[in-house]
Design a binder for this molecule. Structure first.
Ligand code: NDP
Length: 331
């Protein structure tokens, strides 16, 4: 038996509870798994918060154990790539959506989804980073691959005080970029400066409808917000600059024109973490282990227990949670 969060459809609609689950029930729910993981830490990402509140259709199989991220120790494996005792981490692949997830003390997963824990990280730190931090790294890699360098000018990070934004600021600042953080929370200015933001701007300057082409400012953008914010960020990006889009905290719409792309050669790169190939995942995680300052990660991180994960999900959707939330599943 083990503890897990458990989402089910009920007569009243939906329930999310902490409960004891039988190992046999886990085996029956995960017939295609070949690795059993003793989960040590999981996380609450924006997508987990959507699942935990049933606010949008993240969960596509019922009942569901949520948790799109997990890290811990392999207990049993029929996959030749993994042996008992191996330390691993997992992000995405539909886990916590269509496959039972990691907001639980035990999970059964597919070995070809797993990344060996990079040297320099442990389960707690890996889950403090989580999908949000790994996505921030994928965004930084997208800018770098297009040749955006610190000497090219300022980089804008939107949704700055959230998980993706906080990690993106820490990574970019450490790499030498001048980072401008866009936030709706003026009270978090000190936090954002401490992460390395050179300047903090009010997100209201980006979130309303704007002109198709605006004054050129950004060499690169990491956008976790979408909607008008993404449209304005593109309209303000410098000639041949690059915008990495990964999120929709303001909205899924993209009310933009083609002008920045066809007149300024701006590139808009989509970043997906869920089905991202293993090669890029391994590169992103190796870079996170090497390039993310552990002291900055601590500044970003709050550690909670399984029950707290349920409590804080609505706050996360309301944009009230700062930085990253790691979940100690044994708490
Ligand atoms: P968080 O909730 O931690 O952060 C989101 C931030 O967006 C908030 O902190 C807030 O920042 C800002 N925000 C919230 N509401 C609005 C609004 N109405 N208008 C403008 N800004 C707003 O979430 P994450 O950082 O974990 O995720 C950010 C986004 O990225 C989400 O949409 C998520 O779904 C997406 N995502 C996508 C992934 C992918 O694979 N493509 C992977 C991971 C995340 P502030 O208070 O500073 O303004």
């Amino acid at each position: 038996m083990f503890d897990a969060l458990y989402l089910e459809k009920t007569e009243g609609g939906f329930s999310a509870t902490r409960r004891r689950i039988d190992d046999e029930e886990l085996v029956a729910a995960t017939p295609d798994a070949d690795v059993t993981l003793r989960v040590e830490y999981s996380t609450v990402n924006y997508k987990d918060a959507l699942a935990l509140t049933n606010r949008s259709p993240v969960v596509r199989r019922w009942p569901m154990v949520p948790g799109i991220d997990g890290a811990g120790v392999v207990e049993a494996s029929t996959n030749p790539a993994f042996s008992p005792g191996d330390r691993v981490l997992l992000n995405g692949w539909g886990v916590g959506e269509t496959h039972w997830g990691c907001l639980a003390q035990r999970a059964r997963l597919r070995g070809d989804w797993l990344v060996a824990m990079p040297q320099g990280l442990d389960a707690r730190r890996a889950m403090a980073i989580g999908t949000a931090g790994y996505t921030a790294m994928l965004c930084v890699m997208a800018l770098e691959r297009r040749g955006v360098a610190p000497a090219d000018g300022e980089v804008l990070v939107t949704g700055a005080a959230g998980g993706v934004g906080s990690v993106a600021i820490a990574l970019l600042a450490r790499a030498g970029y001048r980072v401008v953080a866009s936030t709706g929370r003026a009270a978090e200015a000190d936090y954002l400066h401490a992460l390395g933001a050179a300047e903090v701007i009010d997100r209201a300057t980006l979130s309303a409808p704007g002109k198709p082409l605006q004054k050129e400012r950004w060499a690169g953008v990491v956008d976790a917000v979408g909607s008008h914010t993404l449209a304005n960020a593109c309209a303000q990006t410098k000639y041949r600059g690059t915008v990495a889009a990964c999120g929709l905290a303001q909205g899924m719409d993209f009310p933009a024109s083609v002008a920045p792309f066809i007149l300024r050669g701006v590139a808009l790169i989509g970043v997906d973490s869920v089905m991202c190939p293993l090669q890029d995942r391994r590169e992103a995680w190796a870079r996170l282990a090497r390039d993310l300052d552990p002291a900055q990660l601590e500044r970003i991180t709050t550690v909670v227990g399984l029950d707290d994960a349920l409590q804080l999900a609505p706050d996360m959707l309301a944009g009230k949670v700062r930085g990253r939330v790691a979940v100690d599943v044994n708490r």
